[in-house]
Design a protein around this ligand. Structure first.
Ligand code: CIZ
Length: 305
């Protein structure tokens, strides 16, 4: 960390204590943001950790739907975001009206909703899933039921193939993950022939099919630590490389594509964390009934284990 970042981190830590705040950072955040956080992880993991602490304020460094999930699980806590413009294009690819239209065309269908979605989308869904448990969630649904899977068509395609279930896929996708192309995997493999390739299921199908392992962000971190290999090609947002290098020192990590750099995730930085804590601005506000409706599908997912 340079001197300016060190000073900012000191000021953030001082204020964090005074405000009884907890800072959580998604695996895709800037290195200095991950370093100032109390916990780094995936969105559901962070929201659940935050709910279990006695912190009064949660500073969620990620994109907006993640902070909403934290608010849904901790309605009594104040949840603030460093930059309120950090939206998620994938989450924005489904609106409540569009989803209601598809539900009306498929009465009785079970709506499975990836956590990468707004509170309104969750509230219209029957059960949530993460990229780590999506196959298990889909398999838990009665074989006679139709299933609408929102919003990520790549994750849905992967889950459909792994579960053997036909899914009505939403036409949403993560622009950052779709920047990783099969030719990138081929090129990295030529450069690092011994490396193990791990990709996220939000990637394009040909990329998923070329990988040695397909995993969520938490799964990627776990595999990188557990596998015997010394070199890894990582097919997800490049912010995760910082955590991997920190938690698996001595191993080498290569980005499948340097273009997999999410501009929304990178909107959060140290000055914005400090300002948000100073002014207590950018609070996540959700109506009580929306919190209740959005919480039900999350609890249903948690209940299946
Ligand atoms: O929910 C998350 O954190 C996302 C978007 C991905 C993952 O695999 O952790």
């Amino acid at each position: 960390m340079d001197t300016t970042s060190k000073k900012l981190a000191e000021d953030i830590n001082r204020l964090k204590t005074a405000r009884r705040a907890l800072i959580v950072a998604h695996n895709y955040q800037r290195p200095e943001v991950q370093d100032v956080a109390d916990f780094t992880g995936d969105s559901l993991e962070l929201s659940r950790i935050a709910a279990q602490t006695d912190a009064e304020v949660i500073v969620f460094c990620g994109v907006n739907f993640m902070a909403e999930t934290a608010k849904i699980l901790s309605p009594a806590k104040t949840v603030i975001v460093p930059d309120p413009n950090a939206g998620c294009p994938l989450a924005n690819m489904v609106t409540p009206r569009q989803l209601q239209e598809v539900k009306d065309r498929h009465p009785g269908a079970v709506v499975v909703c990836y956590v990468n979605s707004s509170a309104e989308t969750k509230a219209l869904s029957d059960i949530c899933c993460t990229s780590a448990n999506a196959v298990q969630v889909v398999k838990s649904i009665d074989r006679d039921s139709e299933i609408i899977f929102v919003p990520d068509k790549s994750l849905g395609d992967y889950v459909s193939r792994r579960s053997g279930r036909e899914l009505i896929l939403w036409n949403g996708y993560c622009p950052t993950h779709h920047r990783i192309l099969p030719e990138d995997i081929e090129a990295r493999r030529r450069e690092h022939p011994e490396a193990v390739v791990i990709v996220h299921p939000e990637c394009l199908r040909p990329v998923v099919d070329m990988a040695d392992h397909v995993a969520s962000t938490s799964g990627i971190v776990r595999l990188a630590k557990e596998l015997d290999a010394c070199e890894f090609i990582i097919g997800t947002e490049i912010g995760i490389l910082h955590r991997l290098k920190k938690e698996a020192p001595g191993k080498e990590f290569y980005a499948a594509s340097r273009l997999a750099d999410c501009p929304n995730m990178k909107l959060n930085d140290l000055p914005k964390i400090l300002w948000a804590l100073e002014d207590m601005t950018n609070k996540v506000e959700l109506a009580a009934d929306l919190i209740e409706r959005a919480r039900a599908p999350i609890e249903k997912m948690v209940a299946i284990g």
